[in-house]
Design a protein around this ligand. Structure first.
Ligand SMILES: Cc1cc2nc3c(=O)[nH]c(=O)nc-3n(C[C@H](O)[C@H](O)[C@H](O)COP(=O)(O)OP(=O)(O)OC[C@H]3O[C@@H](n4cnc5c(N)ncnc54)[C@H](O)[C@@H]3O)c2cc1C
Length: 302
């Protein structure tokens, strides 16, 4: 990371709301469900599947977590009504995991029952390493009761090969990611090469175990390697898809779609967009250039 990049990253929380909102519009669908459905409609018309996410994490209390559940339930109904190939994806701490694993279990349980009645699925996302054990325990309990639930695994964590071995005995829908949280080097790979290598190995292990892998990455080179493996082993579209983030590397998703691979676009929305947008912008030096210009313009009043 260059010095200018570092300076801009450290000032992201200070950037005025209207500028951040404008820059974020590339990565988030908007603040309302209607706006998210509009984006999903455009993607659907182009042949992309979707993943619907309500922005937010670490709720304060049970009341807030229950309100998040109600919003997800409304989202699931709207997806069904519009006929989108799209599932809902929920962060465990948005359902109160840090306060109470029991609360999180009951809310996912209710959501999954609701989704099942609509013929839909949902995914438990993965957050920082402080929540990994609780999230995997939660998932194992949910999977014992519902077959319409998937999980996320992070290739940067040393523990992931063991976690794969301990997955429930069934075909599991795993979203494989590198991991957005920068974890300590005592428990995780911290360099790009080993994270990537681990990702490839872990996907191969999952396929060998009969699981489904959502390849959630924009790493084109890594995807090429995985696609060679898919072709060589006759792995069908019942065992993989690509998942990508709204606003990130669109030409890549287009090329995968044109080549006949299923691609889902992750569409986040909600009033709590600022933290998410900062994480995305931190990873994109080109966008940070626009941020710098925007901030300078706002300072000189233009
Ligand atoms: C659908 C989806 C769901 C996810 N869910 C989770 C989750 O539950 N838990 C979790 O820990 N992580 C999650 N992630 C994030 C993931 O862990 C990575 O942090 C993220 O995908 C970036 O890694 P990459 O594999 O794309 O590879 P990278 O090596 O980081 O990036 C590959 C290429 O894409 C470019 N790129 C990456 N991000 C951006 C960006 N914001 N703007 C512009 N270019 C960019 C890079 O510059 C590089 O050229 C998810 C990612 C996706 C796609």
């Amino acid at each position: 990371m260059g010095i200018l990049h570092k300076i801009v990253v450290s000032t992201l929380p200070l950037i005025p709301r209207p500028i951040m909102r404008q820059l974020s519009s590339r990565y988030i669908a908007g603040e309302t469900l209607e706006e998210a459905l509009g984006r999903l409609q455009t993607l659907h018309d182009q042949g992309f599947g979707g993943v619907l996410d309500i922005l937010g994490e670490d709720v304060e209390d049970e009341r807030e977590a229950r309100s998040v559940l109600e919003q997800y339930k409304l989202g699931a109904v709207a997806l069904k009504e519009r006929g989108f190939d799209c599932y809902v994806s929920v962060k465990p701490t948005h359902f109160g995991l840090r306060q109470s694993p029991e609360l999180a279990f009951s809310l996912y349980d209710e959501l999954l029952g609701h989704c099942a009645s609509l013929g839909q699925t949902a995914r438990v996302e993965m957050e920082d390493h402080g929540t990994t054990d609780a999230t995997l325990n939660l998932f194992a309990r949910l999977r014992a009761k519902h077959d319409n639930v998937g999980i996320v695994l992070q290739s940067r964590l040393f523990r992931t090969p063991r976690d794969i071995q301990r997955l429930p005995e069934a075909k599991i829908n795993v979203r494989m990611v590198k991991g957005i949280y920068l974890e300590p080097e005592s428990i995780a790979h911290t360099d790009a090469g080993p994270i990537r290598q681990a990702y490839i190995e872990q996907c191969k292990t999952l396929w060998a175990g009969g699981h489904y892998v959502a390849i959630a990455s924009h790493d084109g080179g890594m995807a090429e390697e995985l696609l060679s493996h898919i072709a060589a082993h006759g792995i069908g579209t019942d065992q993989y898809c690509f998942e990508v983030l709204l606003g990130v590397q669109e030409p890549l998703w287009q090329s995968w779609l044109s080549a006949g691979h299923p691609v889902r676009v992750y569409v986040p929305y909600g009033p709590d967009w600022r933290a998410y947008s900062q994480r995305r912008l931190r990873k994109n030096p080109q966008m940070l250039g626009h941020v710098t210009k925007g901030v300078l313009r706002s300072l000189v009043g233009k």
